[in-house]
Design a protein around this ligand. Structure first.
Ligand code: AMP
Length: 369
C-alpha cells in the first residue's frame, strides 16, 4: 500500500499487465495503419507513459504530437475541460490522427477532443485509450481502440495522478476505500514487533497498541494498573488475563475512529485471543492477519541484552528474566499459532535481516490480504 497526499492506494495492475494492454492497442492500430504514417496525439499529462511505451511497441512509421486538456481535480471529474495546448493545424492537416488517452471514464474529456478534432482538416481521427471504465462511460462516441476495461475505481500510477502525485509509479494502484485492517504482530520478545509496528502504522494508517508500552506508561505514572502490572513484568511473567484484556479493550475504545489497529504483544494467551475475537465481533471488526516474526532464541537474547543497555528496561537486562519470558511464550503464547492457523490467518515472516527488508516482507503479506 502507498500513501499519496491523504489517501491510501493498493497495487492493482503490474507492469506486465499494463504492457500487455499497451501492446494490444499498438497491434490493433498497426493492423489498420501500417500502410500510411499516422500521427499519434497524446493527451497530456496522463498519457505520457502510455505514449512512450506505445511508440516503442509500434513497429511502423509514425509521428507523435500532444494536446493538453484538463478535467480532473482531486478524485472526481469536474466536468470543466480546458484546452491548454493545441496541436499545430499544419502538422495534422490531411493526416490520419490517433488520439491517445490514458483513461476514458465519463467521456467528458473525450467530447472535448472530438469537438477539437472535428474542427480540423485531418483525413480522419480515431480514439485509443489505455484504460476504459465501461460502468461510467456515457457511450456518446465510439472508442476505436481500448487497452483494457477496468472497474469504476480511482486509479493512479503509470502517468495517472492524484492531485499531481503518483504519475511516476511503474504500476497502477487503486484507491483503497475499505482501509479497516486489523493486524496482530506476533513473535517472541525481541522479535522486532514494536519496531515493525512503527513502520506499518504509518504505511497503513493504523493505530499501534503495544500492551507492553501501555503497562510501562502506567508504571511510570504510578497508576493503580501500573503498580499491579509491575510485579509481574519485573519477574518476566505475564500480567493476568483479566487485567490485560480490560486494558486492551479500553485502548481500542479510546481510538474508536481509527481505520485499523496493530496489536503488538497482544494476545499472548488463548484466553486473550478468544476475548479479542469476541470483543472485535461486538464492534463489527475482525483480525485480518496474525503476522509472526521468526528468529531464533540466541539472536533474540543478544538483541534484548543490547536493547536493555539503552532502554533501561529491567526485564531486558537480565538473561534469566529473558529466558523466563521465552518460557512464558513457549508455554502460553505459542499455542496461538495453532489458534490462528485454524482460522487461516497465520503468516510467518523471517524476522532476521535488515529492518527495511523485514518491513517489505510484512508488506507483501498485507498487500495480498
Ligand atoms: P513487551 O513490551 O511486549 O515485551 O511486554 C513486556 C511485559 O509486559 C511482558 O513480559 C508482560 O509481563 C507484560 N505484557 C505485555 N503484554 C501482555 C499480555 N498481552 N499479556 C500479559 N502480559 C503482558
Amino acid at each position: 500500500m502507498i500513501k499519496l497526499h491523504d489517501k491510501y492506494f493498493k497495487p492493482y495492475l503490474s507492469q506486465a499487465q499494463i504492457q500487455a494492454a499497451v501492446k494490444k492497442v499498438a497491434t490493433e492500430v498497426a493492423k489498420d495503419y501500417k500502410d500510411e504514417t499516422p500521427i499519434f496525439v497524446g493527451v497530456l499529462n496522463g498519457s505520457f507513459m502510455f505514449v512512450a511505451d506505445l511508440l516503442k511497441e509500434y513497429e511502423h512509421p509514425c509521428e507523435v504530437s500532444f494536446v493538453k486538456l484538463s478535467s480532473y481535480s482531486g478524485l472526481t471529474s469536474t466536468g470543466i475541460v480546458e484546452t491548454l495546448l493545441d496541436v499545430p493545424e499544419d502538422v495534422i492537416e490531411g493526416r490520419s490522427v490517433i488520439i491517445l488517452e490514458d483513461i476514458i471514464d465519463t467521456g467528458r474529456t473525450l467530447k472535448e477532443l472530438i469537438h477539437l478534432f472535428s474542427n480540423t482538416n485531418v483525413k480522419e481521427f480515431k480514439i485509443a485509450t489505455l484504460f476504459h471504465k465501461p460502468e461510467v462511460y456515457n457511450g456518446e462516441y465510439k472508442i476505436d481502440y481500448i487497452g483494457m476495461d477496468i472497474p469504476n475505481k480511482f486509479i493512479v500510477g503509470y502517468g495517472l495522478d492524484y492531485n499531481e502525485l503518483g504519475r511516476n509509479l511503474k504500476e497502477v494502484y487503486q484507491l483503497n476505500i475499505n482501509t479497516m485492517i486489523n493486524l496482530v504482530i506476533f513473535g517472541k520478545p525481541g522479535a522486532g514487533k514494536g519496531t515493525q509496528a512503527e513502520f506499518l502504522k504509518s504505511a497503513y494508517n493504523l493505530k499501534h497498541i503495544s500492551t507492553g508500552d501501555v503497562f510501562r506508561y502506567n508504571i511510570k505514572n504510578g497508576t493503580e494498573l501500573g503498580t499491579l502490572a509491575k510485579s509481574f513484568i519485573d519477574k518476566g511473567e505475564l500480567v493476568p488475563d483479566e487485567v490485560t484484556i480490560k486494558m486492551l479493550q479500553d485502548e481500542v475504545e479510546k481510538n474508536a475512529d481509527a481505520s485499523g489497529f496493530i496489536f503488538d504483544g497482544f494476545p499472548r494467551t488463548t484466553a486473550q485471543a478468544e476475548a479479542l475475537d469476541t470483543f472485535l465481533e461486538s464492534k463489527d471488526m475482525k483480525i485480518d492477519a496474525t503476522i509472526a516474526l521468526e528468529a531464533n532464541d540466541e539472536v533474540l537474547i543478544q538483541r534484548l541484552l543490547e536493547r536493555g543497555k539503552v532502554s533501561g528496561r529491567s526485564d531486558d537486562q537480565d538473561e534469566a528474566k529473558i529466558r523466563n519470558r521465552f518460557d512464558e511464550y513457549n508455554e502460553k503464547t505459542a499455542p496461538l499459532i495453532t489458534y490462528y492457523e485454524g482460522k487461516d490467518k497465520f503468516y510467518s515472516v523471517n524476522g532476521i535481516g535488515e529492518i527495511a527488508e523485514i518491513t517489505e516482507r510484512i508488506k507483501t503479506v498485507i498487500d495480498k490480504l
